[in-house]
Write a protein that binds this ligand. Sequence first.
Ligand code: R5P
Length: 265
Amino acid sequence: MDWGMKNRLSRIIKPETGKTVMLAVDHGYFLGPVTNLENPRKTIEPLMDYADALMLTRGVLRTSVDASSPVPIVLRVSGGNSIIGKDLSNEGITVAIKDAVRLNAAAVALSIYVGGVSEHQTLMNLSKLVDDGEEYGIPVMAVTAVGKELEKRDAKYLSLACRIAAELGAHFVKTYYCEDFERIVRSCPVPLVIAGGPKLNTELDALNIAYDAIRLGAAGVDMGRNIWQSPAPIAMIKAIRAIVHENATAKEAYKLFEETKNKKG
Ligand code: R5P
């Protein structure tokens, strides 16, 4: 791996722990104004200090994040679909690699829809993006399906999708936690981070998922709704950090969540 690529990756996956807490706020690209992300700046600003990286679109980056921010950007560069459209998997590359360079992106992110109607197109999107990323030294994160496509959330499906992403050259992969998660980790030769998925009933549920994923070999989380749809988002991201970077158990992290929340975290 070239120096620039390594340098960018090390801004996201922290060399001190080999892990990362990415904050995902890119949901609007196909979901529109999701609950608690209606005003992106209002959601993002209080959490910035606790995020190792911020995953978002160029529209939200340019309008809602100060350019003086030191937090590395993982730029979503796929889209062209919507939750009410006919084929969620019908995505293209929405951002030229030169704009990603202009925005000083530390990585670019794109969804693939293995088994989806537009499977081939999204895998070719990934391959093209990896070519561009290699040329400019920008790592590519492949995201294994979102939305309705997630009905296929099991280790058999996700290990297939993650492995294909790695084979096509993705430098890291974002997937979902599921039973038998170690099977996905074992068969994927690049680092894996997990999304949180839709808001779970309790904060402890989300902390349990993060803890299990880290214990079984994930390189971190790229979490959104289970942080900023929590009534105490700062307390929640701090609790997630304790699991990812400080080896806290889910129970210890939950205790931290409660303490921080009560201090108005
Ligand atoms: C899909 O909407 C995006 O790629 C999100 O970034 C991803 O699903 C992670 O966010 P969450 O933890 O809310 O699932």
